[in-house]
Design a protein around this ligand. Sequence first.
Ligand SMILES: [Zn+2]
Length: 320
Amino acid sequence: MRRRNFLALGGVWFDTDCGGGRTKDIVPPSPPPALRLLFGGDVMLSRHVGRIARQKQDPSWPFRELAGTLKDADIAFVNLESPFSDKGRRTEKGMVFKADPEMISGLVDAGIDVVSTSNNHARDCGSYGVTFTLEWLAKHGILAVGTGATGEIAHAGVVLERKGVRFGFLAYTYDQLNGNYTDHDPRIAVMDLDRMKQNVQSMKTRSDVIVVSMHAGTEYRRTPHKGQVEFARAAINAGARLVVGHHPHVIQTVEEYGGGLIFYSLGNLVFDQSHRRDTQRGLLAEVIFNGARLDGYYLLPVDIKLTVPRVLEPATEASG
Ligand SMILES: [Zn+2]
């Protein structure tokens, strides 16, 4: 069996039955189900990524190496950095992204269950793109978190149940303007400590494990800044078990904090930033649960070659 980095966490039971230890059960409970969640960083399906896929006549091209790995997970999550739109010109360069609708097939083939749509590129295809992306994802059976038809929906998050365990996802971005707007679209959840804490509180009533997606950080910096640390730790303190970060385009540290895990940045997963080596390396975080109990995690280093990521063997990089 291949060896990966694995850091077991101490016994952190999330949903204990605090009945003072007086249990009437005489039949030993069956062991909780093992669950594997996989988290990837930034997925950008526009620009050069789209161009190569068109050349290959295969919109699933970017995921051809990773689809099997992602599909095996009980839940697979990525940050969708490029909105989809069926209107307007194709984006070949620059910092405004637009993914061709057909590019969703890569996410579908990889069995991606939930994507964060709350990021600084969420409005790159305008208000229409926010709506189109939500509807397009829904039509393909992929949940979107961090944006919604209304601000309330965007902040409510989504819940996925697997083997009887309810995983609640929330997502936030440091910015929703990308330098192109002066107004604020309430349908995109931005990082606000108080509102996030309220959302986590409300999510506790609907889920067993809470995952907070955080789109933030300084681009190309390997360490998180104060705002990331503050937000992520506040999420854990409020009741989240995992915080999954992205946006810096490079890998940042992993922190075991308060019985939870913070991945400050998983780096790129599908991106065309071939000008630097560290933007061609990302991480898949594989997080293991036994029932609702967080058991540990593996870091799977990913190498991106011509917009196609693949898992490096053996695992050689662990942050934290
Ligand atoms: Zn970003």
